[in-house]
Design a protein around this ligand. Structure first.
Ligand code: LHQ
Length: 263
């Protein structure tokens, strides 16, 4: 599929998806969802890719759903948003959370609505200093979707999650870091070099262990201590069988840098 709304490339074992509708602040369209689905399929299928980097082109990261799309703007037709979520947004968010490799999101500008929650579905979010995050939904009479009501209270607590969702006020990248919504904020002109460096570093790491770490931490909020201890034992059993674990210990004993294969 020739991409019209995203850019997709793979280098140094890192797949990079760039949302590419800069004139509309990279708002999601049905076409963009199809292309993201296709690109993610390539990421899953390739055994060379060991980290995924996501960013946006231009001054915005993503302004959420494109409100010009007929299905959103046609007052005559019955707009069934639940189906739109089930068809497009939910698989996208699930896809990132379940991807067995680290997902890094470089937020280069405003991240609004589903664009904000798409970013928060990544494993590590790094933002340019001028970026902002807006749970913009209630401005148009909607609720946070694309995993927002799952991620927000877990990341920043119930009080902040509720106020951000009800008030739909922007927060700056720095405030997002202070609240624990994202990992890091850097100067705008350093964003892509830092994000790429981070992605390359992770792509050279023990990928299987990273996938297992994601599983453990994503399961944690719903589990009791007993359940989580049992899960750790199960996942550590798997990690302990990887070639990367053997290599990690060997490299430590030989006082050298490990060479991880991702298996
Ligand atoms: C846009 C958009 C946009 C189209 C900027 N659409 N053109 C919804 C329904 C269905 C199912 C699933 O779930 C969802 C999830 C959602 O995401 S709902 C939330 C949808 N998003 C919004 O309501 C955000 C709308 N945008 C804004 O409020 C502002 O654009 C923000 C605050 C993001 C940025 O403001 P500014 O920096 O002042 O930029 P701008 O407003 O001037 O936008 C630049 C251009 O981008 C402009 O186009 P134009 O042709 O006039 O230059 C905007 O119309 C266009 N644009 N967001 N979502």
């Amino acid at each position: 599929m020739p991409y019209e709304t995203i850019l997709f490339d793979i280098s140094d074992r890192v797949a990079c998806i760039t949302l590419n509708r800069p004139e509309k602040l990279n708002a999601f369209t049905a076409r963009m969802h199809e292309e993201l689905h296709e690109a993610l399929k390539q990421v899953y299928a390739g055994d060379t890719v060991r980290a995924l980097l996501i960013t946006g082109n231009g001054r915005g990261f993503c302004a959420g759903q494109d409100l010009n799309e007929r299905a959103m703007s046609d007052g005559e037709a019955k707009v069934e948003l639940g189906s739109a979520l089930e068809k497009s947004y939910n698989p996208l968010v699930r896809g990132l959370r379940e991807l067995s490799m680290p997902v890094i999101c470089a937020v280069n500008g405003v991240a609004a609505g589903a664009g904000c929650n798409f970013a928060l579905a990544a494993d590590i979010v790094i933002a340019g200093r001028s970026a902002s995050f807006i749970e913009v939904f209630s401005r148009i009479g909607l609720i946070p979707d694309a995993g927002g009501t799952y991620a927000l209270p877990r990341l920043i607590g119930a009080a902040r999650a509720m106020a951000l969702s009800l008030l739909a006020e922007p927060i700056s990248a720095e405030q997002a870091v202070n609240w624990g919504l994202i990992w890091k904020c850097v100067d705008d002109d350093k964003l892509m070099s830092e994000a790429r460096e981070l992605a390359r570093r992770l792509a050279a790491g023990p990928t299987r262990a990273y996938g297992l770490i994601k599983q453990a931490l994503n399961a944690s909020p719903a589990n009791t201590l007993e359940q989580q201890l049992a899960l750790e034992a199960k996942l550590q059993r798997e990690a302990g069988r990887t070639a990367d674990f053997q290599e990690g210990v060997k490299a430590f004993l030989e006082k050298r840098t490990p060479r991880y294969q991702g298996r």
